[in-house]
Design a protein around this ligand. Sequence first.
Ligand code: FES
Length: 209
Amino acid sequence: MYSKKVIEYFTKPKNVGEIQKADAQVTEGSLACGDMVNLYLRIDPKTKVIKDIKFKSYGCAANIATTSIMTEMAKGKTIDQAKKMQFSDVTKALGGLPPMKIHCSVLAIDALKAAIRNYEEKHGIAKPEDINESILRSRLRHVMDPGIGKDIVTVGIVQDVKFDAKSGIVSLMLRLPNTHQFYDNILHEIDERIGFIPGIKKIDKKFIE
Ligand code: FES
């Protein structure tokens, strides 16, 4: 079911590993299957060229292959060029993927974009207009409900996310009773995860039963 190239990149993946003291580092997960990718970037501070990129995949063969070829394609690009990469670019470069495995390439590209965003935020060069609901949801997927061991988006604590770019206000609809064992921790984690993003001025939290 896989092309020759997918098999080649799965059996001999490129750029596997970690970068010590990376300029950007993220862990991204796929809602479709629960798999994860760690991605590390080294970026030239002047030219903004991706000088080094490494990954660790906790996903399937298709994810290892797509993340691997994505790292080769992204290396040497500026972060602005890399941001334009699409999951279809990597699936094409691999000679295609079975339809049920397309989401594995989406995870690879999501990790790249999240890592670039991480770099831009740390260096104060992220543009507020780049913030959208899907970025915010992806951040909130890193906030766990410790009682269940799953993230607050997956377990349905986050019911709705809206962002108004003009006012910089994030509106969250949360199903989180104040009797919840980890009520304070979860609210604190939410502020930590999205409160520092440039362009966000306020987080409005509404609670539903
Ligand atoms: Fe999860 Fe491929 S099935 S990354």
